[in-house]
Structure formats: structure tokens, C-alpha cells
Ligand binder design. Structure first.
Ligand code: KIV
Ligand code: ZN
Length: 514
């Protein structure tokens, strides 16, 4: 059967959208899970954009890209030769490295953003692909803003980069402007018009501004595209990218119609979706196709009646097809280190040595406070550990006074580089007071932009997961923390954000030009 290449860009396009940034450890956890999901390509980052992104891409290439039957590890690069060198330095450790270089081809971008002529851009694209081919065979080229580019000019650029050695031609609908019928026709015309197009893989990368990303990707496929770029939970710039789970399940459920297959192990989809939510602290909407909380819930009486009699009446997919578990009790207070390691491995976290020791200690503390420990609790523990591991301030002690007729106040002790600092603060509520005390110690003043609290499981003793977005003097970072005490979870979330902003590598290069 005809096969479609699934190119996952969760760690690049997904990660570059506000609120979804991940540190190296978090990217590695995600990349390991993407490898288990069996995507064909992981776009791990944009190495020139920051030292942190370079390091994360390199670690994914080294630690995931070298596994047996690892996916290709790809890095994004503008067409500047220095960008390509940096990209190669990051991806070169992988068994199958890929350089993905791009430049805009629409007149709008040429005139206002790049301030270059069509001829200059064509020349830069060819030079970039030639340079990248000097490093590896697997080179992908994208004409950014393809859906608004002059068709003939874009085809000239594509013919030229194929001649220069590009092996994959990716057509991005950068601004989510395309409509399925028109997009399908554009892909078909590219296949007719571009020289050498049959010798390369034709790919699409669709954004979701008009809610058409998945439909556009599938229409492109019907017109000859054989790689789809997508992300878990559909995250990405603005309204996001085409969602991987929707694409894969559409191809699987409607194999009769599309007649193509992917290598993706669909039973890993749910776990991958949840892992991303845990890592980023951003949850999918309940009615999200395939992975939303309600995706398999039948509420109407007539539907429930039908499903009880025969699932086929209202279910076109089975929960088990995407590996959706029942939230079962997994471990208790007497469970040992091996049992924890084995369960974590099933959940996508391969921990050993000091990482496992730390997780085990936290698990034991939790099992003492909480009778029943669920998969969701374990995921919260491990992702919280990963977040807290960015060097910096650690929470040592917290004391809060709050109530209906007192001014909320907090005393906080933090530890950094072996030294303990203490201060106190007052606020509108207990969380505000804790953050004021932390600000008094660190001398940094964060402005809370977003705060969300969610319980990892049901029950009064559930772990509370706090996700925050904080503006530290113009730099917005997200932080996460979890605990059975929601005030402590808030303090941890704030510290994880603060520790990230004090790392200089977090400053991203925003300017994009050739
Ligand atoms: O949306 C876009 O155009 C991109 C390219 C870099 C492929 O993300
Ligand atoms: Zn994009």
C-alpha cells in the first residue's frame, strides 16, 4: 500500500508558539514518545534561534536519533549559510539527519519582510540547498507563504532547488489562508509544472487559521502529496498546525477512501497527547477530535442506548485504537522502585539512576499523603521533576496565613547554590502573597499573565497542577508546578518560570530573514 510520511513538528512549530515552550529535558521526553509513536521525522528545533534550541535539537539527535529504528531528526534553518552550519552541528549526531531550509516566496514577504528581489531570493534558496547537500543527502526546502506566492515564480524556485539537490519539497500554507479545493488544485498544478517533482517527496505544512489545516492536508494527499507536517494536539503558531492525531486517524478510519497508510502506532496517540499537555500545562479542549475528554463520551440517551446495543451505531473509532486507558489504580504505598520504573516506562518516561531516585522519593511522599496513585499522578510527578530541574531557586519552606478576615501573608525560604534565603510578603490572596515573598527574595518582579489550576485526577486528595504564564520585564515564560497543596504548586510553578528566565539562552532570535 502507498505510504505517507508523517513529519512531526511539535518540537519546532508547536514549541515556538507562546505558552508552549519546552526546555531540553521536556523536549527529550516528548521526542522519546514521538519515536515510540513511530513518526517518520521529528523536527526537533530551529537551532540558530537560541542556544537553548540548539542544545535541545542536538540532544534529541544524540539521544533519540541514534536509537534503533529511530526517526529522522530534522532541524529548521533559514537560507543563510551560517544558519545551515549551525543546524548541521545540531542534527549531525542522528542516524538519519535532515536539514530543512526555508525562505519566503510571496511578494508580500519579499517586499515588506525580506526586502529582496525575486531573483535574490531564488539565488539564496539554491545556494542554501547546495550548501546543505554538502552536509547530508536529506535536505528539505520550503517556500514560505506558498499559498500567497505567485505560482509561476514559486515553481521556478522549486525547480531550481530540486536541481540543486533538495529531496523533499514542502509547500506551506503559512498563514492558513488556503481552502481545501483550491489547495488540492495548487498541489496538483505543482506536480504538473515543477521540473523534477516526481523525483522528490512532495509535502504540505498547513496552518489552522481558518480551521482548514487537516482538510487541506488530506486534500493535498489526494492530489499527490506524500508527506504531511503536523503536530500533536494541533499546537503551533497562532491557531496551530494540522493535528497529527486527526490526520492519522482519518487515514486509518477511512482507509477505504484514502487508500494510504502511515507507520504511526495509533495506540500511542493518547499517551503522546497527554504527555504534551502535562509538559506544557495546556490542556486540549474537551470536544477536541480524537483526544478530547469527550471524544468517546456518549451523552444523549438515544446514543447511549445505541452504543449499549452495538458500539458500531455511534463509534467510528474505538478508544483502544488510540490507547485510551481507563484511569486505573496503578501503584500504592508499598510499591517498589522497579514497579514505579516499569509503570513510568509504559507511560513514556524512561527513567533510571538519579532521575528515577528523585521520582521514587516524590512518589513515596505522594503515596504517604494520598492513598491511591494513578497514572495521571505519576505523569504529574515526573513532568514536575523535569521542570524543576532547571538550575536556580528551589523551594525549601512555605508558610501561609489566609482566611476571610485576615490580610493574606506568606513566609518563604528558597535555596540556591547551597545558600538559604528567607523573606515574606502580603497580597490579595495566598498565591499573591507567596509570589510577593518570592519576588522579595529574588529581586525579580513577575507579572502574572495567565494562571490555571487543574486536578490531575478526581478526589479531594488529588494532585493540583498549576500552569502560569509570567511576564518578567518583557520576557514571557511559562512555568508549571504540582503538589497536593495548590499553594505549594503555585510557588513551584512560579519558581520554574523564574529559573527559566534567568537562563540567558531563553532569549530567542525573533528576526527572520534570509
Ligand atoms: O509555516 C511555515 O511556513 C513554516 C515553515 C518554516 C515551513 O513553519
Ligand atoms: Zn509553520
Amino acid at each position: 500500500m502507498d505510504r505517507v510520511i508523517i513529519f512531526d513538528t511539535t518540537l519546532r512549530d508547536g514549541e515556538q508558539s507562546p505558552g508552549f515552550s519546552m526546555n531540553t529535558m521536556e523536549k527529550l521526553e516528548m521526542a522519546r514518545q514521538l519515536a515510540r509513536l513511530q513518526v517518520d521525522v521529528i523536527e526537533a528545533g530551529f537551532p540558530i534561534s537560541s542556544d537553548e534550541d540548539f542544545e535541545a535539537t542536538r540532544e534529541v539527535a544524540k539521544q533519540v536519533g541514534t536509537l534503533e529504528s529511530a526517526p529522522s531528526i530534522c532541524g529548521l534553518s533559514r537560507v543563510g549559510l551560517g544558519d545551515i552550519d549551525r543546524c548541521w552541528e545540531a542534527v549531525k549526531y542522528a542516524r538519519k539527519p535532515r536539514i530543512h531550509t526555508f525562505v519566503a516566496t510571496s511578494d508580500i514577504h519579499l517586499k515588506y519582510k525580506l526586502r529582496k528581489s525575486r531573483a535574490e531570493v531564488l539565488k539564496a534558496a539554491v545556494a542554501a540547498v547546495t550548501h546543505a547537500r554538502g552536509y547530508c543527502d536529506d535536505v528539505e526546502f520550503s517556500p514560505e507563504d506558498a499559498s500567497r506566492s505567485d505560482f509561476d515564480y514559486m515553481c521556478d524556485v522549486l525547480s531550481a532547488v530540486i536541481e540543486a539537490g533538495a529531496r523533499t519539497i514542502n509547500i506551506p500554507d503559512t498563514v492558513g489562508y488556503a481552502i481545501p479545493k483550491e489547495w488540492g488544485e495548487r498541489i496538483a498544478r505543482i506536480r504538473e509544472r515543477v521540473r523534477g517533482i516526481d523525483t522528490v517527496v512532495l509535502s504540505v505544512h498547513c496552518h489552522n487559521d481558518l480551521g482548514q489545516a487537516v482538510a487541506n492536508s488530506l486534500t493535498a494527499l489526494m492530489n499527490g502529496a506524500r508527506q504531511i507536517e503536523c503536530t500533536i494536539n494541533g499546537i503551533g503558531e497562532r491557531a496551530g498546525n494540522a493535528s497529527l492525531e486527526e490526520i492519522v486517524m482519518a487515514l486509518r478510519t477511512r482507509r477505504d477512501f484514502f487508500g494510504v497508510e502511515t507507520r504511526v502506532r495509533s495506540e500511542e496517540i493518547f499517551k503522546t497527547s497527554r504527555l504534551l499537555s502535562h509538559i506544557t500545562g495546556i490542556h486540549v479542549q474537551p470536544n477536541k477530535a480524537v483526544v478530547g475528554e469527550n471524544a468517546f463520551a456518549h451523552e444523549a440517551g438515544i446514543h447511549q442506548d445505541g452504543v449499549i446495543k452495538e458500539k458500531l451505531t455511534y463509534e467510528i473509532m474505538r478508544p483502544e485504537d488510540i490507547g485510551r486507558p481507563s484511569n486505573k489504580l496503578v501503584l500504592g504505598k508499598h510499591s517498589g522502585r522497579h514497579a514505579l520504573a516499569a509503570r513510568l516506562k509504559d507511560l513514556g518516561f524512561d527513567l533510571s539512576g538519579p532521575d528515577l531516585d528523585r521520582a521514587f522519593k516524590t512518589f513515596k511522599d505522594l503515596a504517604d499523603r494520598k492513598k491511591e496513585v494513578y497514572d495521571e499522578d505519576l505523569m504529574a510527578i515526573v513532568t514536575d521533576e523535569a521542570t524543576q530541574q532547571v538550575a536556580g531557586y528551589e523551594l525549601e519552606y512555605l508558610h501561609v496565613i489566609s482566611g476571610t478576615s485576615v490580610v493574606p501573608s506568606a513566609t518563604v525560604k528558597l535555596k540556591k547554590d547551597g545558600q538559604v534565603f528567607q523573606d515574606s510578603g502580603v497580597g490579595d490572596g495566598p498565591v499573591d502573597a507567596v509570589l510577593a515573598a518570592i519576588d522579595a527574595i529574588t529581586g525579580m518582579k513577575g507579572r502574572l499573565q495567565d494562571y490555571s489550576l487543574r486536578s490531575a485526577t478526581s478526589g479531594k486528595d488529588a494532585i493540583g497542577e498549576v500552569a502560569m504564564k509570567i511576564d518578567f520585564d518583557g520576557t514571557v515564560v511559562s512555568g508549571k508546578g504540582s503538589s497536593t497543596d495548590v499553594i505549594e504548586a503555585s510557588a513551584r510553578a512560579y519558581l520554574s518560570a523564574l529559573n527559566r528566565v534567568t537562563r540567558p539562552a531563553v532569549q530567542r532570535v525573533k528576526e527572520i530573514g534570509p
